[in-house]
Design a binder for this molecule. Structure first.
Ligand SMILES: Nc1ncnc2c1ncn2[C@@H]1O[C@H](COP(=O)(O)OP(=O)(O)OP(=O)(O)O)[C@@H](O)[C@H]1O
Length: 427
């Protein structure tokens, strides 16, 4: 088993943009780490650099604290499973699983015994003598997992292994992957854009955006205590409401002024009051999950009101969409880094680091080719949109009614205009 450490890893495929940009992460021995983020944020690239399938442009990779940038893929002792695990079509399930052992010179009886045991763990004993084309997608993926772990790799890297399966099979195999990797105590890095997979499987989740690490923590930490508005928006269904607001600080009291003549008030004892007293007049972003709002909050000091536009029935709940006159912030765009041409100075220091990291391999980089995203953020992008509220029982209200919702201020997140949490995030 192995710990994995990435120290300021960058990857550029084209010398123009960074697919991964100064990404640092430590995965402990035996930990199940999920890389989560939207399509194109660089998750697979990070995984492939760990596997040795992509050259690292800059930064350092360590396995068990041993520098590993230039260790060949075969010598890293890691196993990888892809979206659709390609199997040898002319070999049986047993033949596929035992193949890596045969290559390693293991005796056929021992290899068969291991395949048999693993097939038991993966629930595919009945298929051992069948060819891949006779298997379902879920069974094929199980065989691919079996073949990957049969040699007891020091780390197991999985790139969206469930994405080609139907919903029921995803849930079943997800649970089995979780149980199996924990039983074996194997260090696992698992890539997905599915928040449910991330929340249910991970010991810790690393949330990525535009090639960078946005947040890392246990599922409860990133969900309940998100570092940025983007993370708050990426986790949770319905998506969090992000309300544009400005801070009014007067006489030791703080109000958060919303559009449509509305405001929320922080308790003087609230530790965030002290932080915001210094930010009077500043624009901020307030995050309120749809279940932190309670209908019929007319009598509450902290409430938001509006016109009920529509109600959706979701079986176990109703979702209310409310026009409030409050300006909402798009969670996908808030604080997004502006891609800009890198300055000469930054380019030089980038390539100096790249050269240091690649010295041992003798790989030369083309200095004049790179462009990068500088750590500059655009202003939050606003949209006029509905407030989204979960209702757990039916309501006599009908579309067109004026409605009020009490806001649970203990469950409100405050972000600066670039989407970073104003109060300290506990990690
Ligand atoms: N071989 C390649 N050549 C050039 N660009 C690439 C290559 N592989 C990936 N990229 C680019 O790098 C960026 C990150 O891609 P990557 O596949 O790592 O993202 P991802 O988060 O895994 O996305 P997805 O969830 O869609 O697989 C994307 O802009 C992608 O187009």
């Amino acid at each position: 088993m192995s710990s994995i450490r990435l120290d300021s890893i960058s990857k550029s495929y084209d010398g123009e943009h960074f697919a991964v940009n100064k990404f640092s992460l430590s995965v402990a021995d035996g930990e199940f780490m999920v890389l989560l983020g939207p399509s194109g944020c660089g998750k697979s690239t990070v995984l492939r650099m760990m596997a040795g399938l992509e050259e690292i442009t800059a930064g350092e990779l360590y396995f068990n604290e041993v520098f590993a940038n230039y260790i060949g893929a075969r010598d890293r002792g890691v196993a990888m499973v892809f979206q659709s695990g390609a199997l040898y079509p002319n070999r049986t399930v047993r033949g596929n699983i035992t193949f890596p052992l045969q290559m390693a010179g293991e005796k056929p009886e021992e290899a068969n015994e291991k395949a048999h045991q693993l097939a038991g763990v993966l629930g595919i004993q009945q298929t051992l003598d069948r060819l891949p084309q006779t298997l379902s997608g879920g069974q094929r993926q199980r065989v691919a997992i079996g073949r990957a772990i049969v040699r007891q790799p020091s780390a197991f890297l999985m790139d969206e292994p469930l994405s080609n399966l139907d919903a029921a099979m995803r849930t079943e195999l997800r649970q089995e992957i979780g149980a199996m990797t924990r039983d074996l105590g194997i260090t696992t890095v698992y890539v997905t854009h599915d928040q449910v997979e991330a929340l249910t499987l991970a010991d810790r989740i690393a949330v990525m955006r535009d090639g960078r690490l946005e947040d890392v923590g246990t599922p409860a930490e990133v969900f309940d205590d998100p570092a940025t508005a983007f993370v708050a928006g990426f986790l949770g269904t319905p998506r969090i409401n992000l309300l544009s607001s400005s801070v009014r600080a007067e006489g030791g009291r703080v109000s958060l002024v919303l559009g449509g003549g509305q405001a929320l008030h922080l308790d003087p004892d609230d530790r965030r009051t002290t932080l915001l007293l210094r930010r009077g007049g500043e624009e901020i972003v307030i995050g309120v999950r749809s279940d932190a709002l309670t209908l019929d909050g007319e009598a509450q000091p902290n409430r938001v009101s509006g016109r009920l536009r529509t109600l959706e029935y979701h079986g176990h709940q109703w979702i209310a969409y409310v026009e409030t006159g409050i300006e909402m912030v798009n969670p996908d765009l808030v604080g997004r880094l502006k891609p800009e041409r890198i300055s000469t100075h930054s380019r030089r220091s980038f390539w100096r680091r790249a050269a240091r990291a690649t010295k041992r391999s003798g790989i030369l980089h083309r200095r004049d080719q790179t462009r990068a995203a500088l750590p500059e953020t655009s202003a939050p992008t606003h949209r006029r949109a509905d407030l989204v509220v979960e209702l757990h029982s039916s309501t006599p209200h009908v579309p067109g009614d004026q409605v009020s919702f009490a806001v649970d201020m203990t469950r409100v997140y405050l972000f600066d205009r670039h989407g970073h949490r104003i109060d300290r995030v506990a990690r």
